[in-house]
Design a protein around this ligand. Structure first.
Ligand code: CU
Length: 96
């Protein structure tokens, strides 16, 4: 198992999944780093729905007590927010 983990981390082409938790209307961590091809997966612990929305970009619905995800297709720094609670903000720095 340890050898497998080493092999995985040594392969830069392998896409990763970055976990972000939503708890009490807060994205945590609020800022993450990712590479093109990686997936961000949000786990919503709240009893209300949220979104992860980028103006002119992706719009991910994250239902209450559920998950939502997006695969990053372009490099760049993006700020996202929740359409229902505009004070909820997150940031993703996507490297090529
Ligand atoms: Cu929200």
């Amino acid at each position: 198992m340890a050898a497998l983990a080493l092999a995985l981390s040594a392969s830069p082409a392998l896409a990763a999944t970055i976990e972000v938790t939503i708890d009490k209307l807060v994205f945590s961590p609020s800022s993450v780093q990712a590479k093109v091809g990686d997936t961000i997966e949000w786990t919503n612990k709240d009893v209300i729905a949220h979104t992860a929305t980028v103006k002119g970009g992706w719009d991910v619905m994250i239902p209450a007590k559920s998950k939502g995800k997006v695969t990053l297709k372009a490099p760049g720094a993006v700020d996202y927010f929740c359409r229902f609670h505009p004070n909820m903000k997150g940031h993703v720095a996507v490297t090529p």
